[in-house]
Design a protein. Structure first.
Length: 311
């Protein structure tokens, strides 16, 4: 594996490490084997009404949303009743969910929204360190401009768990429930674990800085710049008791190759579930960190269950 131009898998693993988990020695070795705001419910007419800069691609309609001078791509598959928002992990854009969206829409009839966080997909780059507060603001602004104000089910993978936690804390009446898919959870980010993650990921960060214009490298660098302060603050955060949450933890965890970190990841998921009401823990047997790819049927089943229970 080249240290000057790390491949996509390497960078995304490092993002997962920094943005949410850890890049272990085993993960580094593995990558060389792969060369490659009202209280009214949202009606169908609300989202389908044209916004500036919209277009349609397949079954989804693209809305370019402005927030503070930068534009973000939101992809809306129109339905009725509740709204399901799919948020991908570090280094991934909305295309991560492309196989799941049509199945989810067909199974639930709900409106399904995916989006590209700043600097990914069709969304504008925002210079500087990654800030979870900015990411939450982008999601809030997008949903507000789309007319989504309640009955939202969040489906958040990996780094997006941090966004979901802040979003649910700020908008408990808007979020009906959340599915946290091998997500970053506050109990995991102890001072000791943060230091381990920084050490694990430093070689990939150094390599990324040699080619900083590549989108994945840019995301890794910006995440690294704020990683310590962001996750020290995140460790103190609590999930709102009023918002039900199902946690799906992968059997292999993001730390396949580091038994100590893998156990800490599993323990954090169990601790999160035990620390509040209306929380459920599910283990994705045989799955890597990429549960939506490895076990899409399980993810679909749990989303359907959450939507049926809450609406």
């Amino acid at each position: 594996m080249s240290r000057t131009t790390p491949n996509r898998r390497s960078v995304n693993r490092a993002l997962s490490v920094l943005a949410l988990l850890a890049l272990t020695a085993g993960a580094v070795t593995a990558c060389s084997d792969h060369a490659s705001a009202s209280e009214h419910s949202t009606s169908p007419s609300t989202i389908s009404s044209a916004l500036p800069g919209t277009s349609r691609a397949g079954g989804a309609k693209l809305h370019m949303i402005d927030n503070g001078g930068h534009r973000l791509a939101f992809h809306v598959t129109q339905g009725h009743g509740p709204t399901i928002v799919l948020d991908s992990g570090g280094g991934e854009d909305s295309s991560y969910w492309k196989d799941l969206v049509p199945k989810l829409h067909a199974a639930t009839g709900a409106t399904v929204i995916t989006y590209d966080r700043a600097g990914l997909g069709r969304s504008d780059v925002v210079p500087g360190p990654w800030k979870v507060e900015s990411a939450v603001s982008d999601l809030e602004s997008g949903l507000q401009q789309l007319g989504v104000t309640k009955n939202v089910t969040l489906v958040s993978h990996s780094q997006a768990g941090e966004i979901a936690t802040y979003f649910a804390k700020d908008n408990p009446k808007m979020v009906s429930g959340a599915l946290l898919v091998d997500a970053n959870l506050p109990p995991f980010f102890t001072d000791e674990e943060i230091a381990r993650l920084v050490a694990f990921s430093q070689p990939q960060v150094d390599a990324a800085k040699k080619d900083p214009d590549r989108p994945q490298n840019r995301q890794l660098i910006s995440t690294a710049e704020s990683f310590v302060s962001t996750n020290k603050a995140y460790h103190k955060l609590t999930w709102p008791d009023a918002v039900p949450a199902t946690v799906i933890v992968s059997e292999k965890t993001p730390f396949d190759g580091s038994p100590e970190d893998a156990q800490r990841w599993r323990d954090a998921a169990a601790s999160f579930v035990q620390d509040g009401p209306h929380r459920t823990l599910v283990t994705a047997k045989g799955s890597s960190h990429d549960i939506p790819k490895d076990r899409p049927g399980l993810v679909l089943k749990e989303i359907e269950s959450m939507v049926a229970t809450q609406h």
